[in-house]
Design a protein around this ligand. Sequence first.
Ligand SMILES: Nc1ncnc2c1ncn2[C@@H]1O[C@H](COP(=O)(O)OP(=O)(O)O)[C@@H](O)[C@H]1O
Ligand SMILES: [Mg+2]
Length: 279
Amino acid sequence: MERSGSHGDGTGGERNILDVRQIEVVYNKVQIALAGVSLAVPEGKIVAVLGPNGAGKTTMLRAISGFLPSESGKVTDGEILLDGQSIKGLQPHVVARKGVCIMPEAQAIFASLTVADNLRVMPHPAGEQSRAETVERIYTLFPRLAERKNQTAGYMSGGERKMLAMSRSLLLQPRVLMIDELSFGLAPVIVDQLIEVLAEINRTVGTSVLLVEQNAAAALSIAHRAYIIESGRVAFTGTPDQLRDNPAVRELYLGLSDQAGVKSYADVTQYRRKRRWGG
Ligand SMILES: Nc1ncnc2c1ncn2[C@@H]1O[C@H](COP(=O)(O)OP(=O)(O)O)[C@@H](O)[C@H]1O
Ligand SMILES: [Mg+2]
């Protein structure tokens, strides 16, 4: 399967399906989680968002999907455009119906239903014929799910449940699929499979993807463009190659320390300390 990360730079001349402009997000009226973040997803591309814990990545996905109010959060400035139209402040179900979906956590499947029934209960916008085709495609993409079609979903491994969660999102035929920490808690071999499938879906169906990921190497292997968010701001953006060539990114996000004493845009030392103490 061809990976698309090495070509197409996600810039020049494409139309942005999603365009986040200078958004500011505040929790509990005082706590600034995003301080003017701009980010764009070109139509049909995969955009990766990297950054340490607490940087504001999940907050950004919540702001786009309309999930913030339930967290006492508010978009206090900036604009969020889908196809050039504002979706800022819309209710979650309205944003979802416009085709912007967040892939649910692996736990958000029906544990007592079979794999097949977990897919069957999903609404599918394009009718029954198309549903059957999509389900067939899902089983081709995830042979493991095909093998376990009639098994109870709750007894499957974490990786298989994640595959099922992704499949359920695919039945909704999203235009923009947003994923928060795809690799979290999964074995590397499963992460590779999920990442490959995501690239394949993007390549064949053209689904645009906004992928928030701690596993920088995995995300960069399929992204067309990436953003690094630190402390509620965009610290760096570029193509995967540009990120891989950046000494600070190599050291902090890829664990490739080829130059001692690198100072990042943020504070490398502070990040190391945080990482060591899990802060
Ligand atoms: N519901 C909430 N209420 C108050 N503060 C929050 C809430 N959710 C997140 N935060 C704060 O906002 C900042 C960004 O968090 P988050 O978006 O979860 O970061 P990330 O996903 O990058 O780890 C952190 O300082 C976090 O403590
Ligand atoms: Mg998060």
